[in-house]
Design a protein around this ligand. Structure first.
Ligand code: FE2
Length: 257
């Protein structure tokens, strides 16, 4: 069997499933339909008012190379009473074995010779790498100098990150690429850090990416997989999270869109 990252062997890159088992099921079916073998999963696996335990079961049944995201870390570091509402609902569904599995995940890892994997940036699981939030709350593309600064010290030609839920590909001046595959399970959200802002992809489709080395370069395809969002939106509503229901069903966060 050829190694991960070898020429002509595609890799699926998924991130930010956030307990959305129906979106993950659709993405896995799409990966299978394309005959792709290895799956790299960049974290934030379970957190959210959806189907955390079901997602854990789906993931356990598949071979994946995983790291932990900020929400995975909070699920095992924070006391339940200190958790945010999205982490708390997931925590209540998860078994001790799921939490043990999260505890064992690395924050970053090298996969093969060519690929470096992290959730936010190489040094932070809560920092957006390819985007930034202005003091006004506007989400902007991060300037190239700042993106490259955060890539210093990582010599891998392919750098993978998640966390923003925004599918993006950036090529650095030295030829390295940074790929964010977008989010499998949560296409829109709001956050208070560093100031209040809203992230919206504008589509409910489950997002992931396919990465393949070809000759001297890396071929990247973004996939947007439609699936029936009704059950997940109902679960969010049942948990009192109309914001999540709206986000999962539409890809927009604000109800007036
Ligand atoms: Fe996330």
């Amino acid at each position: 069997m050829r190694g991960i990252g070898s020429d002509g062997a595609p890799i699926a890159v998924i991130a930010d499933v956030h307990g959305n088992s129906d979106a993950l099921r659709a993405v896995l079916a799409d990966i299978d339909a394309q005959g792709i073998g290895p799956i790299l999963n960049l974290g934030d696996h379970f957190s959210g008012p959806l189907a955390a335990a079901e997602t854990a079961a789906l993931m356990a049944a598949r071979e994946m190379i995983c790291i932990r995201g900020n929400h995975d870390r909070w699920l095992v570091e924070q006391a339940p009473e200190d958790m945010g509402p999205s982490d708390r609902v997931a925590y209540e569904q998860l078994q001790p074995s799921h939490l043990d599995w999260l505890r064992g995940l690395p924050a970053t890892r090298r996969v093969g010779e060519a690929i470096f994997v992290c959730h936010g940036t190489p040094t932070s699981d809560t920092t957006y790498w390819l985007d930034r939030v202005a003091p006004t709350g506007e989400v902007q593309f991060r300037p190239r100098d700042e993106i490259e600064q955060a890539a210093e010290g990582s010599d891998a030609p392919v750098l993978l990150c998640g966390h923003t839920h925004r599918p993006r590909l950036v090529r650095l001046r030295d030829g390295r690429i940074i790929l964010n595959p977008g989010s499998v399970g949560l296409p829109a959200y709001d956050d208070d850090h560093p100031v209040f802002h809203v992230m919206e992809t504008g589509t409910p489709a489950a997002s992931y990416a396919v990465l393949c080395k070809r000759g001297g370069g890396w071929d990247v395809s973004f996939r947007a997989v439609p699936y029936d969002t009704a059950r997940m939106a109902e679960m969010a509503d049942a948990a009192g999270r109309a914001d999540w229901a709206q986000a999962v069903a539409t890809g927009w966060f604000s109800p007036d869109r």
